[in-house]
Design a protein around this ligand. Sequence first.
Ligand SMILES: *Cc1c(COP(=O)(O)O)cnc(C)c1O
Length: 360
Amino acid sequence: MERIYNFSAGPAVLPREVLEQARDELVNWQGCGMSVMEMSHRGKEYMGIQAEAEADLRELMAIPANYKVLFLQGGASSQFAMVPMNLLRGKASADYLNTGVWSKKAIKEAKNFGAVKVVASSEDKSFSYVPTQDAWKLDSNAAYLHITPNETIGGVEMFWVPETGEVPLVADMSSTILSRPMDVSKYGLIYAGAQKNIGPAGLTLVIVRDDLIGQPIAGTPTMFDYKTHGDNDSMYNTPPTYAIYIAGLVFKLLKAKGGLGAMERTNRQKAALLYDYLDSTHFYHSPVARENRSLMNVPFTLKDAALDEDFLKAAKSRGLVQLKGHRSVGGMRASIYNAMPVEGVRALVDIMKEFEKARG
Ligand SMILES: *Cc1c(COP(=O)(O)O)cnc(C)c1O
């Protein structure tokens, strides 16, 4: 079978070029006689791979020198705990913006470590928008403000960065990192699970400003202290070596393709193909406020939910898979990360049009 178009929200499609290079290098990496998976993480070959991955990421995202790049494990879900454990720093509470399923999980976990103040919530309208900052109640003494710039399940994205003064901004960028340029200097900490827009599952990326680490709450396990990993170049223990190698190949490819500005242009083009069509028909519907429509995750519903299964079948027969919406919201969701080619989105719009013609 040829490659299909995989619209999964994560683990998600990876660039074909990266998979092919990994295949070619799988058994014998660059003539060294072994696979990357078999290398000692303290050997010079692997250390070179990781250092290059970090350097390429720093260049791609223009990460300032006073930020650490950490290659961790445990997924974004572990960061829901590591962030408060490390960033509360003796303060009474932290601020959280509640824009969807992932925000809620982050809030729930943070409550295990300190007081949480929800500055605003869009739960009143089924998480279909992001409240604008004039409607927020920010606490100038908060340890940090946590946001989820792209809610992967709701398909709700923020295209602006909040003003927080001295309060560090923390962002769960799991499903938006590398999709467009971000000004890292506006954030205290950025984290992302790799399996959406970076590489394989098993790697979690953390980018954190130096001055925020080193004051974990009492009893923080060594492995959950950012400083442990910062002081040891993410090699305090064995890092997820193969996932980091693949992520490194992705970083190189993005650089070769023109960097994050080029990614943004393609991603906007892909998203416009879908949203323009959704807006032109009454057969399908986008539940998300226009100004918050995600470039990466596009949920939509059919006018008649009884047609959902037939639609999924029709799409699958053309090699378009993983379009079923998250079980908590229903309908459809097309995740169109960096590695989804424009042709895949065109093929999706084509089948949507045909299905409307046949069943509308
Ligand atoms: C997928 C996702 C998570 C959870 O990631 P894990 O790596 O599975 O823990 C958290 N936040 C967002 C925004 C996500 O998209």
